[in-house]
Design a protein around this ligand. Structure first.
Ligand code: ADP
Length: 382
């Protein structure tokens, strides 16, 4: 797995169970996965040389993020290394404009969008807003994550003009999107194997704050069965049409007029962390099964409701002393920490709670995540 973040770290847990050996290409020996994987290569996953020596001896190469350059993946593929997902599929998770164009061709509903021409960006944005209204969502076509690279601009005042200017002069390619007045955000996580088998997890609700996912609720409360089935079908269709192998997470907006696709990720995804305890097969095991072309595992939930809450870094980076309260308060809380340096607002772990009642399970997960972040000060801070 190229990339040494928490996704690779949690994939290692699944690899242990399956008895398959995972090699990780990490940027530094203290990265999240590098701390728990014995076969670590330290290198730059944007360097072709490092990728080639990492891939030597691997049966399959897969990824814990989408930032490995497509041409490098093509070179690996050209030299006979199976890359799953392959470069052709991955291009759609690496470039939001490529993704929008392909999904539109397939007739998949997406927000109205357009490329911002670097030669006349302001006149273009004025015209785009004239057609779709303010605010307009501006996105870097490549390289964004956790809302970095997404800006909502309410007008073409000084701030927006400076932003556009700064991005374009830094070589960042921009696209504009209609600001969708969605009711909530959902995610469909599916897996597809080279054999062609597909499997879909229950549709979840993802709660975002400031561009960061803070909670995932499975199944999405109150989602009509036909809409959930449509979302699963949509994700499986996208996986098949794009030739995805491994996991595909489809981030969706639920609107009064139906579902719109926001984003694609072709790897284990934050909206699937709940599956470690909440489904018969975790997304990490499912990703390994899929990229190894093994039969896929059951996606059946293990409880009526599962809630995952991300643990963000607070002021005090030492989270461990807070375990005592969290674990004594609620023995049903499962804690997953990523071994990452804590910085305010950074995702450093998550908690999962299973149960029967959405409000109760959410409150328990929220309490644990907030306490791990803030300690006894949580009442004042949240
Ligand atoms: P990233 O790749 O950084 O995750 P996304 O494209 O998923 O970026 O956008 C991050 C968040 O910004 C979304 O989860 C959503 O809350 C908001 N957002 C993105 N696009 C739109 C849009 N067209 N309309 C309204 N909100 C949007």
């Amino acid at each position: 797995m190229a990339g040494g973040g928490q996704l690779a770290r949690m994939t290692q847990q699944a690899a242990i169970g399956l008895g398959v050996s995972l090699r990780v290409l990490a940027g530094a020996p203290d990265e999240s996965a590098a701390k728990v994987v014995s076969d670590v290569r330290v290198g730059d996953d944007r360097s072709l040389d490092d990728l080639v020596s990492f891939a030597d001896g691997c049966d399959v190469v897969t990824f814990d993020h989408e930032h490995v350059p497509g041409p490098h993946i093509q070179k690996l593929e050209g030299s006979g290394v199976p890359c799953r997902p392959g470069s052709a599929a991955l291009a759609h998770a690496q470039d939001k404009l490529v993704m929008r164009e392909r999904l539109s061709e397939l007739g998949v509903p997406c927000p109205a969008y357009a490329h911002v021409p670097p030669s006349a960006p302001l006149a273009f944005l004025e015209a785009f807003a004239g057609e779709h209204g303010w605010p307009v969502v501006l996105k870097a076509t490549r390289g964004g994550y956790d809302g970095k690279g997404v800006w909502i601009i309410g007008d073409l005042g000084r701030e927006a003009r400076d932003l556009v200017q700064r991005m374009l002069s830094g070589g960042v390619d921009l696209m504009a999107e209609r600001h969708v007045p969605f009711g909530r955000e959902l995610a469909a996580v599916v897996a597809r194997s080279p054999y062609g088998q597909g499997a879909a997890y229950p549709i979840v609700e993802t709660v975002q704050e400031g561009g960061i996912c803070t909670e995932v609720i499975s199944p999405a409360p109150g989602l009509p069965g036909d809409v959930a089935a449509e979302a699963q079908r949509l994700a499986l269709t996208i996986a098949a049409e794009l030739g995805v192998v491994g996991l595909l997470a489809v981030e969706l907006f639920e609107t009064g007029d139906g579902l719109l696709v926001n984003e694609l990720a072709m790897r284990p995804h934050n909206s699937g962390h709940w599956t470690i305890e909440g489904a018969r097969t975790s997304q990490f095991e499912q990703h390994l099964r899929a990229v190894l072309d093994l039969p896929l595992g059951s996606t059946d939930p293990t409880a009526p409701v599962t809630v995952m809450a991300n643990v963000l870094g607070g002021d005090d980076p030492d989270v461990y002393p807070r375990y005592i309260h969290v674990m004594a308060h609620d023995p049903g809380v499962k804690v997953h920490m990523y071994g990452k340096e804590s910085r305010p607002g950074r995702k450093i772990g998550h908690v999962t709670v299973l149960g029967d009642d959405v409000a109760d399970v959410r409150a328990r997960a929220r309490h644990a995540a907030d306490y791990l972040r803030w300690g006894p000060e949580m009442k004042e801070r949240t």
